[in-house]
Design a protein around this ligand. Structure first.
Ligand SMILES: [Zn+2]
Length: 355
């Protein structure tokens, strides 16, 4: 009683501030964003062919879409790509307009596309960058002294659109099935396990990955190069740390950290880690993000993942544990449950940091 009286007295004595409002429950239609929500992607089948010497990629993707409001225009994101063609349901060709400043492309069809399920096939090409965003190459000095080239992706916040045209906003969740043609000697990893690897010509191979769960575009990832791994498991989930060949043993500490952290999080969140594997990769050098929580393929700049007992300090060991725990927390906070728009990224980051 006294507390209530005290509060009443206090409230009577000060001008009332604006009421505190909880945010509304998420609704896809209300979620902020720049793309129209008339057409929504359901699944992407992405085929890319990479030329890492000439820094070019060509792609063809098949997107299953759900048309929610009949429309003649389908607008999606692209950045730096050239869309060569877009065909709906095996026949209807679109006229394509690109707005490079807005990072979009609009596919204009001769008649309204009806409500419901449709298939969109887009062919395109674009650059592979040398700067660490979108799909890019990372040139580094290998332990052998040779200069080597790694193919890396970094999509958060809005650079998935540099690898494939799509609805590159976090609320547009869909499944992804990725197929990549790359040098035959490269080891390639993505969010999901490899399902098939077949030779292409004399110097390349085509690697296919299993279909992801529904997720946001910014969490898709691909890394390929001269890598080796150390492997373990926890709670039935295979775990691995990949590093440039010759450095993989330095991934042991992070691997053992992940083996302790995964069962703890499975129990803490009450939802078992839902992907069939969790890989972590050390990117040598050219990786501005520091570390990134791509779902099932966590990427780190090498000095926050690799621990070399004779040369690394105890502080490095602590830092590795901290960063691994942070990125693994994102597998739930951010990846499984994602903010509708970037204004709520604090929730992703705040929770992962708190864990
Ligand atoms: Zn984070």
């Amino acid at each position: 009683m006294r507390r209530l009286l005290t509060l009443t007295t206090l409230l009577a004595g000060v001008p009332l501030a604006a009421p505190v409002c909880a945010e509304q429950v998420f609704s896809f239609q209300r979620a902020a964003g720049q793309l129209p929500k008339t057409v929504v992607p359901v699944s992407y089948g992405i085929n890319i062919s990479t030329d890492i010497d000439n820094l070019k990629l060509t792609g063809q993707e098949t997107i299953q879409v759900d048309v929610r409001t009949p429309t003649e225009d389908v607008t999606l994101n692209q950045a730096g790509l050239h869309l060569a063609g877009a065909v709906l349901d095996n026949g209807v060709k679109a006229t394509i307009t690109q707005d490079d400043a807005a990072e979009t492309a609009t596919l204009h069809f001769p008649a309204k596309v009806s409500k419901g399920a449709h298939t969109l096939v887009i062919t395109y090409s674009g650059p592979i960058l040398k700067t660490p965003n979108g799909i890019y190459v990372d040139d580094y000095t290998a332990p052998s002294g040779e200069t080597k080239r790694m193919l890396v992706t970094q999509f958060e916040v809005a650079d998935a659109r540099r690898m494939f045209p799509g609805w590159d906003e976090p609320a547009f969740k869909a499944t992804f099935q990725l197929n990549v043609t790359l040098p035959k000697e490269a080891v390639a990893v993505s969010n999901m396990p490899v399902t098939q690897s077949t030779p292409e010509g004399t110097s390349q191979k085509r690697v296919s990955f299993a279909t992801t769960p529904r997720m946001s575009t910014y969490l898709l990832a691909l890394v390929a190069g001269d890598m080796k791994s150390v492997q373990g498991q926890a709670d039935g989930t295979p775990l691995a740390v990949y590093a440039p060949s010759g450095l993989e043993e330095q991934g042991e500490y992070a691997l053992h950290a992940s083996e302790k952290i995964l069962p703890y999080y499975n129990n803490y969140f009450g939802v078992k880690y839902p992907l069939p594997q969790m890989d972590m990769v050390a990117i040598p050098g050219n990786y501005q993000a520091g570390a990134m929580e791509n779902w099932g393929l966590l990427t780190y700049i090498d000095n926050v993942l690799l621990f070399d007992p004779p040369n690394s300090t105890p502080r490095t060991r602590e830092l590795i544990y901290e960063v691994v725990a942070h990125e693994m927390a994102h597998q739930w906070s951010g990846d499984l449950v994602t903010m509708g728009w970037w204004d709520n990224i604090w929730l992703n980051e705040g929770f992962a940091s708190w864990m």
